[in-house]
Design a protein. Structure first.
Length: 132
């Protein structure tokens, strides 16, 4: 916006008639456009879609998860796990690093290993989704 304003002022000072072709978009849409131009295969799902997918992953993989056992994972519970995974991803931790984590505290280690397994299964499930 600042650049366009400055350009407009410069053209006005120089008494040059012109027009601007400006495309305003969200960061998400801009990212999709850039990736489309580079032929990158990438898609996003909404936060709600991610939480619903995570809930499905948790319910379908109860046997692989030992620390976060529930009969049915609720939306709220899945939301908390989703936020935890998002924080771990923001810290640039991979599922492999979490799965291979070890420490003296066996309870903590198992929870972190389970989060790594959940992250891996969730990422695999997300990559299988085809969005139109």
């Amino acid at each position: 916006k600042l650049s366009a304003t400055m350009e407009k002022l410069i053209f006005e000072k120089l008494d040059i008639e012109c027009s601007f072709n400006i495309n305003v978009s969200t960061l998400n849409r801009l990212s999709k456009n850039i990736l489309a131009e580079t032929n990158a295969k990438y898609h996003t799902i909404s936060k709600i879609g991610g939480i619903i997918l995570l809930k499905k992953v948790l319910n379908e993989n109860k046997d692989l998860i030992t620390s976060f056992k529930h009969d049915k994972h609720s939306y709220q519970y899945s939301n908390e796990i989703y936020k935890t995974l998002a924080q771990l991803k923001a810290c640039q931790l991979t599922s492999a690093e979490l799965i291979n984590y070890s420490c003296d505290n066996s309870t903590l280690q198992q929870k972190i290993n389970d989060l790594g397994n959940i992250m891996q299964i969730y990422n695999d499930a997300k990559s299988e989704i085809i969005l139109f």
